[in-house]
Design a binder for this molecule. Structure first.
Ligand code: ANZ
Ligand code: ZN
Length: 817
């Protein structure tokens, strides 16, 4: 056919790939293995433009690695537990599984139509009992290692979803899922002890340098928030135990002129005097309604309440007043700070507001903080600090004061973290039940392994309404069991696990997805992992991407794997936006993927999303042209159709000028793919098409052997981005399918050498200079070169130029005015 028929090609090749299992990982050791993974989707509705972009990028990499001779594992599955399914079930009075698995089917069909080179034989769904059995098993293993535990604590609570949220799921004080203002509640909850791995999560980032985007590493570093300093113990009037503060600047201890504790911590209500209690309690109420973000905001007016007691500075015995103020957080450090207003901005603002003394203890050369309103956090000579006399430099000062405190037994060096343990229990239905039984006699009893999975009971519609406790609690038949240890009456734990638990280990499961004896086969994992390339959105920078690293380290410590980082390289694709804004219903700027595909075909859409910008940058749909992409694909297709020579013909007998251009472009394309500059690679393929078309139209026609060579390179490289048209072209070129199995084109190094030619520069018709230039020099470059030549300048002798004719690469002719 003269034209490429997208719909026919899609149907034909989709069936072909499926029938021939073209993209199934062989896993037979015949080739070196490569694991290329896209973050698996939530089954909420059909695929959207965001999926279209991310999966197109992942597929470029998977197809390229296959071309390079690797046995590629490129699996797919669904992260299929979670709130959206449950909310849909409540609305429709149905079971969450109905909505979930229907959406999965829709997405699976769309993925197949989208032409992704996925290994469908390894498909998994985290909501299948065959999968969550092992999620539960892992939970029990973590618990055995002391890494899963229960404690009562103030937790983030979403009043709309009626469930707790991990810190990571609270975005600027709002619920990550529904945008409702998050409040606090005290509940007994399950936690994973991520904090035990804080140092390793930080230190192992060395392995990710260069392979992961810097911004993700920075975000994780900040989230973990390691900070070193000291604990210092302050005695409190009328109290036996001291209060410990955490400070990064123990060397400013002599400058502590007051003391601040979190209003919502345990301590404040214990030490406040009766006189001050009413005022304190009113302040506490106010504080409870504030988000952590608000409290930490720097441009906020400082507030607080005097608690009526003093603290004693251990270094000099000085008594300083104790305040409760909301800028001190209850769950960071110790929830108490020694306030050093001269050298800490928040403390200074508080001191000015409450008219407290400001004492400079480090001479930084800055203006007097009390007068300027600006604290001096810098370095300098210590003043008013007897124990630090003669010491210079912050590091030496800190070390000196720590040793003085340690000697007196009133302080010690310390490291703190911003990272909190991972709150994993959810009071919702559609998740993996926590496999614990609570017995009055025996306490927490793990469900015996041979009784896993603990399957969800069958609940639908209004049974699932959020009530503050898990809907599972109402399923009494399910809840009441006999204790596995003593046989007495006992109850199942009614919480389910955060879905981030499910997604923290799915990439291991893909290595042996049907194993019913273990979570994964360590040998299969050893064969495939770590993942060579992971692709997904940056919105997961501190959630999924941190949790899965934590899981990997624990599995390492359990002896199940030998590596400590699961993903060597990470690509964060940008977003697809429209008219400069994220697509949303309210803005009415949504672009429907299905409609785009119906109109332009899969290949044109895939080519468009990848061509629009570098992978990490956003694609604005208002600036792109899928119609233009389709026209290009038609051009490429016609080119393959115009080739008349037989396959296997020796290109060396053909047009060497074309070959030189094509091989150079080909070398560049390889570099671009390796460097993940996919958009540039596409531009180079377009240049290949243009150069080849010129030769065909110049009379040589499609018979020239170099034209075939070019068309084959175009077809192969294009197949990374537009797989359907490439299969059609491959067939037009007389080859057996599939182009995906044909191997990456080789570049002839001899053709990369640029030929040098002599360029003559004439002035008023007389030859004044001869230049050695590249045969491919552009007119602009040649003009510049000629005018800069010393001999040319001499003969021009300052005359201005009336006319200059440039015929690259051989002639420049100048006519002076
Ligand atoms: C005295 C001091 C003097 C401080 C000075 C800083 C500068 P990072 O670096 O983020 O770890 N702090 C300690 N616990 C706090 C809490 N629960 N809420 C709010 N602030 C708290 O911050 C550590 C510093 O933040 C600590 O060092 C403490 O103030 C304050 F010139 O102590 B500093
Ligand atoms: Zn018992």
């Amino acid at each position: 056919p003269a034209r490429y028929d997208a719909v026919a090609a899609q149907e034909r090749w989709q069936a072909y790939w499926e029938e021939h299992q073209t993209f199934k990982a062989a896993d037979d050791g015949s080739k070196e293995r490569r694991y290329v993974l896209d973050m698996f989707p939530y089954p909420s509705g059909d695929l959207h433009m965001g999926h279209a972009e991310a999966f197109a990028m992942g597929d470029v990499i998977a197809r390229y690695q296959r071309f390079r001779g690797y046995d590629v594992l490129h699996p797919i599955g669904w992260d299929s537990f979670g709130l959206p399914a449950e909310n849909a079930a409540i609305q429709r009075n149905s079971h969450p599984a109905e909505w979930t698995y229907a959406n999965i089917e829709t997405q699976a069909n769309s993925f197949k139509r989208y032409g992704l080179s996925l290994d469908w034989s390894r498909r998994l769904h985290t909501s299948d009992p065959e999968y969550y059995k092992w999620t539960q098993w892992l939970f029990l293993k973590f618990r055995e290692r002391g890494l899963a535990y229960r404690k009562a604590s103030w937790v983030n609570w979403c009043p709309k979803d009626q469930t707790v949220l991990a810190n990571e799921q609270v975005i600027q004080g709002l619920c990550e899922r529904c945008g409702t203002q998050v409040t606090k509640r005290e509940l007994t909850q399950w936690f994973f002890k991520v904090t035990q791995y804080a140092d390793r999560l930080l230190d192992d980032m060395d392995q990710l340098e260069g392979g992961w985007p810097d911004r993700v590493l920075t975000m994780q570093r900040n989230w973990i928030g390691r900070s070193s300093g000291a604990y210092v113990d302050f005695r409190i009037e009328g109290r036996d135990e001291p209060i410990t503060v955490f400070t990064t600047r123990p060397d400013t201890l002599y400058g502590a002129t007051f003391f601040v504790i979190a209003p919502d911590g345990k301590l404040a209500p214990e030490i406040v005097t009766d006189d001050q209690r009413a005022e304190f309690e009113a302040y506490l109420e106010k504080t409870k309604s504030e988000s952590e973000i608000e409290r930490q905001s720097t441009d906020r007016e400082k507030t607080g309440v005097y608690l009526g007691v003093d603290a004693i500075n251990p270094i000099n015995g000085e008594a300083v007043p104790i305040y409760a103020a909301d800028y001190v957080l209850a769950d960071y450090g110790t929830g108490a700070v020694m306030a050093v207003p001269a050298h800490d901005q928040r403390d200074l603002e508080f001191a000015i507001k409450f008219d407290l003394p400001v004492r400079v203890v480090v001479d930084t050369g800055a203006e007097d903080p009390k007068a300027s309103g600006v604290a001096a956090p810098g370095d300098g000579a210590y003043v008013n600090s007897p124990a630090l006399e003669g010491i210079s430099g912050k590091e030496a000062g800190i070390a000196e004061i720590i040793s003085a405190l340690e000697q007196k037994g009133v302080g010690r060096g310390a490291i703190t973290y911003r990272l909190r343990d991972w709150l994993l229990s959810r009071q919702r239905f559609w998740g993996a039940p926590i496999p614990i039984i609570h017995c009055e006699k025996c306490g927490e009893v793990p469900v015996p392994e041979d009784q896993l999975p603990v399957e969800l009971p069958y609940l639908t519609g209004t049974d699932l309404n959020p009530k503050g406790t898990s809907p599972l609690a109402a399923a009494t038949d399910w809840v009441n069991v006999s204790c596995p240890q003593c046989g007495g009456p006992a109850k199942r734990d009614t919480d389910t696990m955060d879905t981030f638990v499910d997604s923290s280990w799915y990439f291991f499961r893909y290595c042996s997805p049907n194993d019913d004896q273990q979570a994964f086969d360590p040998e299969a994992v050893a064969r495939w992992m770590p993942v060579a390339q992971y692709v997904g959105g940056v919105e997961h920078a501190i959630l999924h991407l941190l949790y899965m690293r934590f899981f990997t380290k624990v599995l390492h410590d359990m002896g199940m794997i030998t590596f400590t980082e699961p993903m060597i390289r990470l690509l964060n694709q940008g977003q697809v936006i429209n008219q400069g804004k994220s697509m949303s219903k309210s803005l009415g700027n949504g672009v429907d993927l299905g409609k785009q595909i119906d109109e332009f075909g899969v290949d044109a859409v895939r080519l468009t999303v990848v061509f629009a910008s570098p992978p990490e940058e956003d694609v604005d749909w208002a600036d792109v042209s899928p119609g233009g992409s389709l026209r290009f694909l038609q051009r490429a297709y016609r080119l393959a159709a115009d080739v008349t020579s037989e396959p296997g013909i020796d290109a060396k007998t053909g047009d060497q000028a074309l070959r030189s251009i094509i091989h150079k472009l080909m070398a560049d394309i390889t570099d671009c793919i390796e460097g993940q500059r996919f958009n540039v690679a596409i531009a180079r393929i377009m240049e290949m098409v243009n150069a080849t078309r010129k030769v065909i139209d110049s009379g040589a026609g499609g018979a020239d052997p170099s034209v075939r060579e070019a068309a084959e390179m175009i077809t192969k490289t294009l197949s990374l981005f537009a797989p359907y048209v490439a299969e059609e072209m491959w067939e037009q070129l007389g080859h057996e399918p599939s182009v995906a199995e044909s191997g990456w084109p080789e570049v002839d190094p001899a053709l990369l050498v640029t030929e040098q030619v002599t360029c003559v520069v004439q002035i008023k018709g007389k030859v004044r200079a001869r230049l050695q230039v590249s045969a491919e020099i552009t007119e602009d470059a040649l003009r510049e070169l000629a005018l800069a030549d010393a001999a040319v300048q001499r003969s021009l002798d300052g005359q201005s130029i009336a006319k200059i004719i440039v015929r690259a690469p051989k002639l420049v002719s100048i006519v002076p005015a």
